[in-house]
Write a protein that binds this ligand. Structure first.
Ligand SMILES: [Zn+2]
Length: 91
């Protein structure tokens, strides 16, 4: 007997996080098989999957990946340190 399709209440991977978990490699093996079976049977989800896979691949290739400046990182750390009771910068 074939495993059931991985679906949500309305029947598609795109209704929740399943499509993005699939793209991120976060599905367990059984869920991965079910998601692939659903993609093979559902043109809507297959189109969304192809679109988002291409988008994430293009984003990974960009040289403009966001990164925080040293100044911003220092301010974030300082804010965290000063908000914890009993913790502060060494004096
Ligand atoms: Zn679908």
């Amino acid at each position: 007997m074939a495993a059931p399709l991985l679906t949500t209440a309305s029947g598609c991977l795109t209704d929740g996080d399943t499509l993005f978990e699939l793209l991120d490699g976060g599905l367990d093996p059984a869920a991965l098989v079910a998601a692939r079976r659903h993609l093979a049977a559902c043109p809507h989800c297959r189109t969304e999957y192809v679109h988002w896979r291409a988008f994430t691949a293009a984003l990974a290739r960009t040289d403009h990946a966001p990164s925080a400046s040293p100044f911003l990182r220092a301010r974030v750390v300082a804010t965290i340190v000063h908000q914890r009771p009993g913790v502060g910068w060494p004096r």
